[in-house]
Design a protein around this ligand. Structure first.
Ligand code: GUN
Ligand code: ZN
Length: 431
């Protein structure tokens, strides 16, 4: 057994959902705390003095007054869009056709997929992100590329082959049958192997025929332990298109529901323009709404009223949606979530934002018993944040009256410079 390591600093812990109970009862910062890491896991968290006394043999790494928090969990992203992030001037469907699909065609080359997977995991680790739910491309080896790169780093990643059998260019279409067969083979190869989590991945209903959605629904019924990820109600033009493609559907969600693709292990990215029936259904089955605020602003999709969905007890995750999202940073994403909620008259607290980016997203991915909190038994996936990472943030922190004011300044103004270190499976991978 390796010698245990004791990381000391300010530590962020949760004992409740700050969208259900007052945030101050649910989220705590211990200014003289510590996390004891043994192997890949957290063995204990608590006061630094106590843990030093109880574990005199532990190697101590002092992070001073940096904030040690759970590694960020990005609940919806597209690793294949890494190289075309920040592409100018289009709205959703044009943006997909102009920038996204041509880039995804390049993943026919396995070496390219491996290069981008490694680049993506480096960039996200530099931003303190330790787990993500990523779409791959239609190429099964694009799934192998990300899972293999993650496995080599001891990292928990959710991904799946993106399925599209219409409204996509040559080279990016499969069929209902091949999507089923390829996804099933990938599930057999990866699901539950090490830290790999497979998500059945119909991209969105415009790019799947009803026959393909049926095949995905059947596959999910055969593998109910898998997640299912897709897009829902992102842009108003897209919603109109869905109505014309599925004239019998009651609404966008119904295009999934009617094919067995609505459930608690379903991750519904964006979900901005929901009808009351869609909200009721998601609340009823506990389908996960994944908020992608930088993407929603960048592509001009709209501002999700997240606090209103939280009030309905719909489980929520937070996500970059790289490369529709304009950043790899979950700090930047929290800032955008704050700004989107302000459009609806809600000021989310920094404690709620930090919870969304960690424990909330982990719960959305059904991984809340393994990651997302600094708890004994969880994986030692951590981010260490410097709360004075730039001159602009430091001068604001000098004026602050509480650690939460410091955290809020870093949430609103921080980026990868605020990420002093990232730990995955008990190993420091950055910093
Ligand atoms: N809807 C379908 N595919 C995509 C995608 O790649 N990005 C975004 N933002 N929305 C989508
Ligand atoms: Zn997306």
């Amino acid at each position: 057994m390796d010698t245990p390591t004791l990381l000391t600093g300010q530590i962020l812990t949760f004992n409740g959902d700050p969208f259900v109970d007052p945030w101050a009862e649910c989220v705590h910062i211990d200014s003289a705390g510590a996390v004891l890491v043994e192997g890949a896991h957290i063995a204990a968290t608590g006061s630094a003095d106590t843990l030093k006394r109880l574990h005199p043999q532990a190697k101590i790494i002092s992070y001073g007054d940096h904030l040690i928090c759970p590694g960020f969990v990005d609940a919806h992203t597209h690793y294949p869009q890494t190289a075309m992030i920040a592409s100018w001037g289009k709205r959703l469907i044009d943006w997909l056709n102009t920038y996204t699909f041509p880039e995804e065609i390049r993943f026919a080359d396995r070496d390219y997929a491996d290069d981008i997977a490694a680049r993506y995991l480096d960039l996200t680790a530099a931003n303190g992100t330790t787990t993500m739910a990523s779409f791959a491309t239609i190429h099964p080896h694009s799934v192998d590329a990300l899972f293999s790169a993650a496995q080599a780093r001891g990292q928990c990643v959710v991904t799946g082959k993106t399925c599209m059998d219409r409204n996509a260019p040559d080279g990016l279409r499969d069929t209902a049958q091949s999507a089923y067969d390829d996804s099933k083979a990938l599930i057999a190869r990866w699901q539950g192997k090490g830290r790999a989590q497979y998500a059945i991945t119909p991209r969105f209903s415009p790019t799947s025929t009803p026959a393909q959605l049926d095949a995905m629904g059947a596959l999910w019924a055969e593998h109910p332990d898998c997640l299912m990820q897709t897009h829902l109600s992102e842009q108003t033009d897209e919603i109109e298109w869905v109505h014309s493609l599925f004239p019998q559907a009651r609404d966008y969600l119904d295009t999934y529901e009617a094919h067995g693709l609505l459930g608690a292990r379903g991750l519904y990215g964006h979900s901005i323009h929901l009808t009351p029936r869609e909200v009721d259904q998601l609340a009823e089955v506990q389908g996960r709404v994944i908020h992608c605020p930088t993407s929603n602003a960048f592509i001009g999709s709209g501002a999700l009223n997240l606090p209103a969905l939280a009030a309905r007890r719909i489980p929520l995750g937070l996500a970059t949606d790289t490369g529709g999202g304009s950043s790899f940073s979950m700090l930047r994403t929290m800032a955008a979530a704050y700004e989107a909620a302000q459009h609806h008259g809600h000021a989310m607290h920094a404690a709620q934002l930090m919870w969304l980016a960690t424990a909330g997203s982990a719960h959305a991915l059904h991984l809340g018993d393994q990651i997302g909190s600094l708890k004994a038994g969880h994986y030692a996936d951590l981010a260490v944040l410097d709360l004075r990472s730039t001159a602009a943030i430091a001068q604001r922190a000098n004026r602050s009256g509480s650690v939460w004011e410091d955290v809020f300044a870093t949430v609103m103004m921080g980026d990868d410079r605020a990420v002093h270190a990232t730990w995955i499976s008990g190993k420091c991978v950055n910093g």
